[in-house]
Design a protein. Structure first.
Length: 153
């Protein structure tokens, strides 16, 4: 994981877990940009989804990690951004397959659903997995085609 650049963001329901993930990544020599939030005050999660997804879109980050209480809101918001394939994962198997088969570039976690140990395992698995290509490239391409159709003016 040593040369990865990760953008991380969360809402008020997940800042404690986000801080633990950031510390874990930094301990493993991963470059992290933390877009917040940094405390328990109520915030609007789409703000943080936007910041992380824009970092991934622009190439400032290789991958993004988003967190909220359930992960659902962040997933919905993140998947509105062109080129973002965000996946809410609750176990390592999902984390592996979403990288290997879906080429996901944003991992979403629910701090109220998944504990710290499992979350760290999910993060490590997601970042270590590689896209397998092949028949999966066709499917990811089909998703990109849908996205292009939907965003055409």
């Amino acid at each position: 994981m040593s040369e990865l650049r990760i953008a991380v963001g969360c809402d008020h329901g997940a800042y404690v877990l986000k801080d633990k993930i950031v510390a874990h990544l930094e301990k493993n020599n991963v470059s992290v940009t933390d877009y917040g939030t940094f405390g328990p005050e109520s915030v609007n999660y789409p703000v943080y989804a936007r910041a992380v997804c824009r970092a991934v879109q622009s190439g400032q980050a290789d991958y993004g990690i988003l967190l909220c209480t359930t992960g659902i809101g962040m997933s919905i918001a993140a998947n509105k951004f062109r080129g973002i394939r965000a996946a809410l994962c609750t176990n390592g198997y999902q984390a592996f397959l979403t990288r290997a088969h879906n080429n996901a570039n944003v991992l979403v976690l629910g701090a109220g659903v998944t504990g710290e140990g499992m979350s760290l395992d999910i993060v490590d698995t997601f970042l270590a997995a590689e896209f397998q290509g092949g028949r999966h490239s066709v499917r990811v391409g089909m998703i990109s085609d849908i996205e292009k159709e939907e965003y055409e003016d």
